[in-house]
Unconditional design. Structure first.
Length: 137
């Protein structure tokens, strides 16, 4: 796991907006469901199934957080993160990958990704998002 402090916290009355990016519809559906069950002020405002769509949705929605898969069509998660963080270094990105390695975690952290989580570690991902909604992350 890799974690970097930072990111502006939303006001207490605003929901933290989230862009879910994963090439598997089932994963996006499950994450949307789990996020909704937290009871925290979290709102999935958009989804994308590939890197190019992720960039389009990010530019259209400007979410507070991007939950980003690494291996996708068109552009990888790291390529998407690099482009987004070049345009907006303060953007909060969580890399959520089944192929998480120490080298990938280090690369993501150096790039400015706030958190790297192995796919399936729902507790860590949801805990981070809930903390962010509470203004503690």
């Amino acid at each position: 796991m890799s974690f970097t402090q930072g990111a502006a916290s939303p006001s207490a009355t605003d929901a933290v907006t989230i862009l879910l990016v994963d090439d598997e519809q089932d994963v996006r559906t499950l994450l949307r469901f789990l996020i909704g069950r937290t009871g925290a002020p979290l709102e999935v405002v958009a989804e994308a199934a590939d890197g190019r769509s992720a960039l389009e949705q990010w530019r259209a929605q400007r979410p507070d957080v991007i939950v980003l898969d690494e291996q996708m069509a068109n552009l990888s998660g790291m390529e998407v993160a690099r482009q987004i963080l070049t345009e907006d270094p303060a953007q909060t990105i969580v890399l959520y990958s089944a192929y998480l390695t120490p080298d990938l975690e280090d690369e993501a952290s150096e790039l400015g990704v706030r958190l790297s989580v192995a796919k399936g570690d729902f507790n860590q991902l949801l805990g981070y998002l809930t903390d962010l909604a509470g203004g503690r992350a």
